[in-house]
Design a protein. Structure first.
Length: 242
């Protein structure tokens, strides 16, 4: 399992109202996340899966609702991460409050010393704060290597800056001796995916991706994470001097 940006620690009762809408916004903004319903399959060892998810996530967003404060399982997750945070000194727990502050701090007095966000601030505000916490950068040039053994769909997710989402974005991709150029038209969406295929040739040539204006870019394998995904399998040009 690859590293994720965010682990979503929550009570099951909060999935529809809070967790799934927040997860959708993460996906649209190119933020990877661990969510139990997507990661734990039939017959899997639940505790083992959750421990791996916690260990391989950069931060843990905790949905501190009334339901959370009444459930043992998510509280156990939070307790284990608070202990890890105390021993390492790293910022791991990002509290997101739905329940009244007195109730939360009465149960978790250690959280009094943490800056928290409230759900009422709105998802756009929360996403902006999370992007800042993760140190997400908007750049014009990016590179990535897919595993040599992998074959099948690969994708590039492009997340424009908020102020540039109504503008065209010109991009080019260099992959081995091949080059692709295109224009992303404004659609009003936060992000878009470009997908193509990787052959089973046992190679791991780096992909060089350039785009203007600068964007946040994420690379991945398998089916694209967004419905808005453009097929760029055709139209590649071989570079003569490559």
């Amino acid at each position: 399992m690859s590293q994720r940006d965010v682990f979503l620690c929550h009570a099951s009762a909060d999935k529809d109202a809070y967790v799934r809408p927040f997860a959708s916004a993460l996906q649209e903004n190119g933020i990877t996340y661990w969510l139990d319903e997507a990661e734990i399959g039939w017959g899997d060892r639940i505790t083992e899966k959750i421990n791996v998810g916690l260990a391989q996530s950069r931060v843990i967003v905790v949905f501190l609702s009334n339901a959370f404060l009444q459930r043992n399982w998510p509280q156990a997750e939070l307790g284990s991460v608070l202990n890890l945070e105390a021993s390492t000194g790293e910022v791991l727990v990002l509290p997101l409050l739905m329940a009244p502050e007195p109730l939360v701090f009465a149960q978790y007095p250690l959280l009094r010393d943490k800056k928290f966000q409230r759900w009422e601030a709105g998802i756009p505000v929360l996403i902006t704060a999370l992007l800042k916490r993760l140190g997400v950068a908007y750049q014009s040039t990016w590179s990535h290597c897919h595993p040599a053994a992998y074959s099948g769909k690969v994708w590039i997710q492009v997340v424009p800056r908020t102020e540039n989402r109504a503008r065209e974005h010109a991009y080019s991709i260099r992959w081995g001796p091949w080059q692709y150029r295109g224009i992303l038209q404004p659609t009003g969406n936060k992000s878009v995916c470009l997908w193509h295929m990787k052959r089973a040739n046992g190679q791991s040539d780096p992909i060089f991706f350039s785009i203007m204006p600068a964007c946040y870019v994420v690379f991945g394998q398998g089916n694209p994470p967004l419905e808005l995904a453009h097929d760029i399998n055709h139209g590649w040009e071989k570079i003569q001097d490559a």
